[in-house]
Design a protein. Structure first.
Length: 269
């Protein structure tokens, strides 16, 4: 009888460990997973189905051309499928990714969801920032998205890859030749203004200093970083391509050493 009870205890312990493992696995996946994009060899969201489903749409919103070292905002939009909740994994070949709306987290240099996200207006949108490499060339952003019924089971879920997002990284516009050193720190009005989709921003520096030039929306949120470097004295012209941004009023802020200035620009599409 004693031997039988011990066997019962062993069996229960094994059962408990198995259940705990299954629960832990499900919990881990609910808080996201990385290494599942085409960058990693097409593994996909196989915990939500063996194959991608064309009924799930995973689409990008954001620019396809950026300046070397520039930071820009992107959105990944998921719709179709059960869509009670959705999750994602986003990766880049060379650039640097960061969360932009607290729905994503960094793991092994990639982005994944903090928890399955509920839809709004028939879509689930994840916002993130992308910082381009400092050297010009081509980069690629990869992603997949899952659309789940949120019933704690894998059956009935679906997923798909986003098309690979090719990003052209171009050289930043440098110093325009000028006679002598500028006599004052200055930030000129952008031209053209209003504009669509590109505008030029000219500024002058009287001494070598750490310099940043940022674009913000009307709420003060930084949507693009055009310059973030130590620059010598000179006259600079920087181009901003706003093809991936909505119409509206924006501001551009120049900070160099102890000097700063801010001006308004208008994007009309």
């Amino acid at each position: 009888m004693k031997k039988y009870i011990n066997l019962q205890r062993v069996s229960f312990a094994i059962y408990f460990v198995l259940i705990l493992g299954i629960t832990y696995s499900a919990y881990s996946r609910s808080t996201g997973i990385t290494g599942r994009t085409k960058k990693s060899g097409d593994p996909g969201c196989t915990c939500h189905g063996d194959n991608p489903t064309s009924g799930v749409n995973v689409q990008w919103i954001g620019p396809d051309t950026v300046t070397a070292g520039q930071t820009v905002n992107y959105s990944l939009v998921i719709n179709g499928g059960p869509l009670v909740r959705a999750g994602t994994n986003i990766a880049t070949r060379s650039g640097i990714l960061a969360n932009a709306d607290n729905s994503l987290r960094i793991q092994s240099g990639e982005l994944t969801h903090v928890s399955p996200k509920a839809p709004s207006g028939g879509n689930v949108t994840f916002g993130f920032t992308y910082r381009a490499p400092n050297a010009p060339g081509l980069d690629t952003i990869f992603a997949n998205g899952n659309s789940v019924n949120f019933d704690d089971e894998n059956s009935g879920d679906s997923w798909n890859f986003a098309s690979n997002r090719r990003v052209v990284v171009r050289t930043a516009t440098g110093i325009t030749p000028a006679l002598g050193t500028p006599i004052e720190f200055a930030l000129s009005q952008n031209y053209p203004n209003p504009f669509n989709p590109e505008t030029n921003i000219k500024f002058s520096l009287v001494s070598k200093s750490t310099t940043s030039l940022e674009i913000t929306d009307i709420t003060g949120r930084v949507v693009a970083t055009l310059v973030n470097d130590v620059l010598p004295a000179g006259i600079y012209s920087v181009k901003w391509n706003a093809a991936g941004f909505p119409s509206g009023i924006y501001f551009y802020k120049l900070v160099s050493g102890n000097s700063k200035d801010i001006k308004k620009l208008t994007l009309i599409k």
